[in-house]
Design a protein around this ligand. Structure first.
Ligand code: AQP
Length: 337
């Protein structure tokens, strides 16, 4: 099985990225082949400062490595180091129905949250499909917001194969039956972590870099504390039972505390007797327990930029070998010399 996924270097990575996706990346590196990348072309849809774009790309690499990604087990690379992805993006785009892009949830959410629409944002799912299909991935670990994009990637791979691969039958995509051919583009499947499908941000919306509502994995202590203390709560008095619906603090405690410890919190939350301030302190402690070692590693890696660059160069070389192999087939199929 080949696993592939990426995170955009569109801001400092946060616990939504970790629980929704990156935690699984680290677990899956021990099962078959794993390819993980920093989506720095995607990030250009929101980051327009070149210095910052470079810095956030490097920061995303540090984040992967600090969280336990092992470059001996997984291929870690920058999206922009394999230019073939842009070529596949274009070729794939020629079979993508515009109506698919118009109903993309993630695009519609961003517009609803006042992010100005441009072609890059609109076409984002096509580049994401190219990211996945270029490396013939079987499984793509993602948060819930990205599941529709994986479904698009499957649909477009079928469209491409049907158009360009003689003998391809969509009912037999691997070409197992006599007379059928396997597709050039392999159909990927989303791998969703149900317990953390959507991690809420401090304002209760989906935690998102572009909404400024995140708990950064490697942010400064002072800022982290301030953000935890500002998690949206209601005015239920200390002694009263607290609501569990639309309560980001409750959801975050559930996510971060070990099950036995959360059971105690759950009991007092529902019975009353503690204030939101106590629960926020508990969350801060849980954050340090969970991410303390990764934060230490992050500080060490920051001091060794040469080593990080070496890992990325090595990853790019391995990723490029795969991409070149697939693009040879794609070019031949469509008639590009
Ligand atoms: N709040 C979240 N809950 C669960 N999973 C999440 N992911 C992101 N936010 C949450 C998952 O993290 C992976 C990498 O995401 P991304 O950075 O590439 O893009 P995104 O989903 O658009 O993340 P952001 O923070 O919301 O970025 P911006 O604001 O720049 O668009 C994905 O698998 C995603 O599902």
């Amino acid at each position: 099985m080949r696993t592939l996924s990426g995170v955009q270097s569109s801001g400092r990575l946060h616990i939504g990225n970790y629980y929704g996706a990156m935690r699984q990346f680290v677990q899956l590196q021990d099962q078959g082949e794993a390819y993980y990348f920093i989506a720095n072309y995607h990030a250009l849809t929101t980051v327009r400062d070149p210095k910052l774009a470079l810095e956030l790309t490097r920061d995303a690499a540090l984040t992967y490595l600090s969280l336990g990604l092992d470059p001996k087990k997984a291929v870690l690379f920058r999206q922009s180091d394999v230019k073939e992805v842009v070529e596949l993006y274009w070729i794939l785009g020629t079979v993508v129905p515009q109506s698919n892009l118009e109903r993309a949830h993630s695009y519609k959410d961003k517009i609803a949250n006042n992010i100005s629409p441009d072609f890059g944002l609109f076409a984002y799912p096509v580049l994401m499909a190219a990211d996945i299909l270029l490396y013939s991935a079987d499984a793509v670990p993602v948060g819930k917001d990205q599941v529709q994009h994986i479904e698009f990637a499957r649909d477009w791979a079928v469209k491409f194969n049907t158009q360009y691969v003689p003998g391809y039958d969509p009912a037999d995509p691997e070409g197992k039956e006599r007379g059928h051919s396997p597709g050039i583009l392999k159909l990927p499947a989303a791998h969703l972590q149900e317990s953390a499908a959507t991690v809420p941000g401090i304002d209760g919306r989906k935690m998102s870099k572009s909404y400024g509502n995140t708990l950064e994995l490697f942010g400064e202590e002072k800022d982290l504390k301030k953000r935890i203390m500002s998690i949206k709560t209601d005015s239920t008095p200390v002694e009263a039972p607290k609501p569990t619906q639309d309560a980001p603090l409750y959801d975050l405690l559930k996510l971060m505390l070990p099950a036995a410890e959360f059971a105690d919190v759950d009991a007092t939350w529902k019975a009353g007797g503690k204030g939101y301030g106590d629960y926020k302190k508990k969350l801060l402690e849980a954050f340090h327990t969970t991410f303390g070692p990764a934060r230490q590693r992050h500080a060490e890696l920051l001091a060794d930029p040469g080593e990080v660059e070496r890992i990325l160069q090595d990853g790019a070389q391995r990723a490029r070998a795969e991409a070149t192999r697939l693009m040879d087939q794609v070019r031949r199929a469509v008639g590009i010399p």
